[in-house]
Design a protein. Sequence first.
Length: 231
Amino acid sequence: MNEAPLPLSAAPGARGAKLCGIWSIVASLTCVGIPIGIVLAIIALVQQAKARRLAKENPDHYEMPTATGLVTGILGLAMPVLMLPFIGIVSAIAIPALLSQRARARDKAAMMNMAGRTGDLVGQWDKQREMNTAPEQIPPALETYLRQTAVTDKNPWNPAAPAFRYNIEVVTGMDQEAVREEAKGQATELGETVFVLELPQTGKPGFLAAAVRLRSPIAGEPLYSKITMIE
C-alpha cells in the first residue's frame, strides 16, 4: 500500500512577498508613504523570485507560489506614478490653505500684541497721572516701560524683529480720527505695532492710538488699529 505524499510547504519568501506587496499598495495610497511603498514593492518582487526559484529547485518540498506577490509588487511600483496627478491636486489645494491658515494665525498674534500693550500703556498713563506727573513728561516714561516689559515679545512675522516700535510719536492739534490715521500711516513694518499719543489739553481729552500692519486685509485694509481716550 503506497503512502499518501506529504503536503508541500510554502516556499520561503512566498508569504513575505504577498504581505510586502499588499503593504506597498497601502503605503502608496497614503501619498506620504510612497517611499516606503516602493521599498516594500521591491522586497515583494525579490521574495517572490526567491520563492519561485526554491520551488523549482525543490519540487518535492515546496509548492509553487501564487502570483500574488508578483502582482502586488508590480502594482506597488506602479502606484506612485498613478498617484502623481492626485498628489498634485492635493498639493494645489492643501498647501495654499495651510499657508493661509498660518498667515491668519500670525496676523491674529500681532493684533493680540497690539491690543494687550495698548491696555498696558493706558494703565501706565493713568498711574503716572495719579502720581501727578506732568502730561508732557509721561511719554518718555511710557517708552521706558515698553522697552522694559516688551523686550521678549516677538514679531509674529519676523521673530528677529521687535514686536513694537518703542518710540511713541507725540502729536498735537489732532482730533481722534486724525490721530488714528497718523498711527496707521506709521505702521509700515509687517507685524510691528506703533503708537501715537495726543496729549490732553485743558478741557480736551487726549488719545492713544495703536496700529499694526497685517498680511491679510481687514475690511479691505491691511491694517488693524485701536484708539483710546486718555485724560
